[in-house]
Design a protein around this ligand. Structure first.
Ligand SMILES: [Zn+2]
Ligand SMILES: [Zn+2]
Length: 289
């Protein structure tokens, strides 16, 4: 598996000189398998725009599987500007959680329409097929994809990709259940316990996880559906994760602050003799499994 980060920011894009190193585009990750021409994409934040430009220049007859974690803006807003949707030779399957109130197909149509889009876009020419996931396992040849409902204000899935004995987990937009235990009304949406979270990510080679907040910030954003760095690091240690990639960076978090966070946690891991590697998701950086 080759995993490349195209969007690492949560909530809203944050371009600027203070975010240049880790990137200002919202969520998007591309996965390529060595034995396959298929491209797998996780989420369609603004990071998917750059990916689409690369794909449009390089190839046609693309077979793309786009898995959405959920339909919050920072995970879908790049779709109207994803060039492969305008090429009739391409096949794109969009996998999405199943919502009662709206379908992702309707949301994408609205985003592309001139009712909300600042430019008059053509209608997509690619063959786009929508699948609404209710099963917790999706299989594609040698790849097994497991789903896990994480704690977020709307239905949101974390993913576990298993391929030739290698495991990648992507757990974005997840809030620790303990953060909301006082609020009865939230309990239904917050059902993933810490133990279940750890068992889903257990022994993975790479965990890409939402660590938007610092421990002292998380109470201010109760119910927003995000984790803090301390929580993610601790759970990754318990689950024996080999490499932890922090992502969904807060839009106000500067490169310098992210570097400081990494230094702090690398020192802690070193002092405790824990071999887990910890890095922060950076645009266009690639990991090989
Ligand atoms: Zn998000
Ligand atoms: Zn979200």
């Amino acid at each position: 598996m080759k995993i490349r980060m195209y969007g690492t920011r949560g909530i809203t894009p944050s371009p600027g000189w203070e975010t240049k190193k880790y990137g200002g585009n919202t969520s998007c990750i591309a996965i390529r398998l060595e034995d396959s021409n298929n491209l797998i994409i996780i989420d369609a934040g603004t990071g998917i725009i750059k990916l689409g430009q690369e794909l449009a220049n390089a190839s046609t007859d693309l077979q793309i599987k786009l898995f959405l974690t959920h339909i919050h803006m920072d995970h879908i807003q790049g779709f109207p500007f994803f060039l492969p949707i305008y090429d009739r030779r391409n096949h794109i399957t969009v996998y999405s959680p199943h919502y009662q109130h709206v379908t992702v197909e309707k949301v994408f149509k609205l985003l592309i329409s001139d009712q909300v889009n600042p430019v008059q876009l053509r209608q997509p020419q690619a063959k786009i097929h929508y699948e609404y996931m209710t099963e917790n396992v999706v299989t594609h040849k040698t790849l097994k994809i497991k789903l896990c409902r994480v704690n977020h204000p709307i239905l949101t899935y974390g993913y576990r990709f298993e391929h030739l004995n290698k495991v990648l987990c992507i757990m974005t937009d997840h809030e620790p259940a303990e953060n909301l235990l006082q609020k009865t009304a939230d309990r239904e949406a917050y059902t993933l316990s810490d133990a279940d979270y750890c068992s889903f990510i257990n022994n993975c080679d790479i965990l890409i996880a939402d660590a938007q907040y610092l421990p002292d910030e998380v109470k201010m954003y109760r119910g927003w559906g995000h984790a803090h760095v301390n929580y993610i690091v601790n759970k990754a240690i318990v689950a024996n994760v080999k490499r932890l990639v922090l992502t969904h960076h807060d839009p106000n978090r500067t490169d310098l602050q992210i570097d400081t966070i990494l230094d702090q946690y690398r020192t802690i891991l070193m002092k405790k003799g824990i071999p887990m590697e910890i890095i922060a998701a950076k645009e266009i950086e690639e990991y090989t499994l």
